[in-house]
Design a protein around this ligand. Structure first.
Ligand code: PAF
Length: 308
């Protein structure tokens, strides 16, 4: 179904449109450069609501110094086409001034503190990143007033923090996490994949292969799973690991048995990519421990491993 979505660029336009919309509203927040992964979020949003709003806003507050804010792809015309093809009702594409009328890093601005969960993993590599994400998402929730908001599981830590923010700040919005969409070879779709040249694109598949290798070894315990993933990553010289983390589903310590999450971040050339998957751990038996590869059979002393 192709319909032309309403394009709102100001708070006022959004507000007047919102006032006329009864029924359930779902929001899909994005930074544009939309791809099939975003399209699948829009379809999930449609399952939850009568009206689907997509926001397109490259949020400067979540980019650190030296990151890719300036080169981040801005493709509004193509984004509008994709939204039309997905039957989106409204696209909210505000300017920076509209979202941050007092300046992006104004000393007097109130921002959202992500707490300890915002300091680990991506928060350690990208200080201030999650303050930027939560602040803009809180603003979007305030402006759009959605009943439901849909985010990709690919940004798992982001999804966990937004879910926690909605709960802790009693925001009246249901946060839904949608499954990661992948290329045929396993690479998770990301707007940043378009930075990769052909060789880097080939190398980038090591991230999802590493996660899969870990899942296959997870019945031998956490260390064996980690070893399997690291072996795949280290075999690919173009991949510079930032972190490989095996955690509980809420990003705490990995359980010895049961469900957890495995997450990876790595640089391929100048492009930083992230990926994650669910993983089910088991405790290795005595016999399995005695045949496990060197360095994998000890108890899980660390759950996160950084390259530096
Ligand atoms: O995941 C993203 O694209 C962004 O972090 C988000 C949630 C739209 C906030 O800017």
């Amino acid at each position: 179904m192709t319909t032309t979505p309403v394009l709102a660029s100001t708070r006022e336009e959004l507000r007047s449109w919102r006032a006329q919309r009864p029924g359930r509203v779902a929001l899909v927040p994005t930074m544009g450069a939309l791809h099939e992964g975003h399209a699948s979020l829009m379809r999930t949003a449609r399952e939850h609501a009568d009206t689907v709003v997509v926001s397109v806003f490259v949020n400067p507050l979540q980019f650190g110094e030296g990151e890719d804010l300036d080169r981040y792809p801005r493709t509004l015309d193509a984004d509008l086409e994709l939204c039309a093809a997905e039957g989106v009702d409204v696209v909210f594409a505000p300017s920076v001034e509209e979202v941050y009328p007092h300046g992006v890093r104004s000393e007097r601005a109130v921002t959202v503190d992500p707490g300890r969960l915002g300091e680990i993993l991506d928060g350690e590599s990208r200080p201030g990143h999650f303050t930027g994400v939560l602040t803009v998402v809180a603003k979007l929730f305030g402006l759009v007033q959605p009943d439901v908001a849909v985010f990709g599981q690919k940004d798992y830590q982001q999804l966990a923090l937004i879910t926690r923010m909605a709960g802790d700040l009693c925001l009246p919005v249901e946060v839904v996490g949608a499954e990661t969409v992948r290329e045929a070879d396993g690479l998770a779709l990301s707007s940043r994949n378009r930075y990769l040249d052909a060789d880097q694109r080939r190398a980038a598949v090591a991230l999802s292969r590493a996660l899969r290798a870990a899942r296959e070894r997870a019945s031998y315990g956490v260390p064996a799973a980690r070893w399997a993933a690291m072996s795949v990553l280290k075999a690919e010289p173009a991949v510079e690991i930032d972190y490989l983390a095996l955690t509980s589903t809420d990003l705490g310590e990995a359980p010895e048995t049961g469900e957890g999450r495995i997450l990876v971040a790595a640089r391929v050339g100048t492009t930083r990519l992230i990926d994650n998957m669910p993983i089910v751990f088991d405790r290795p038996s005595v016999i399995e421990r005695s045949i496990a590869p060197a360095g994998t059979a000890t108890a899980a002393s660390t759950t996160h491993e950084r390259s530096s």
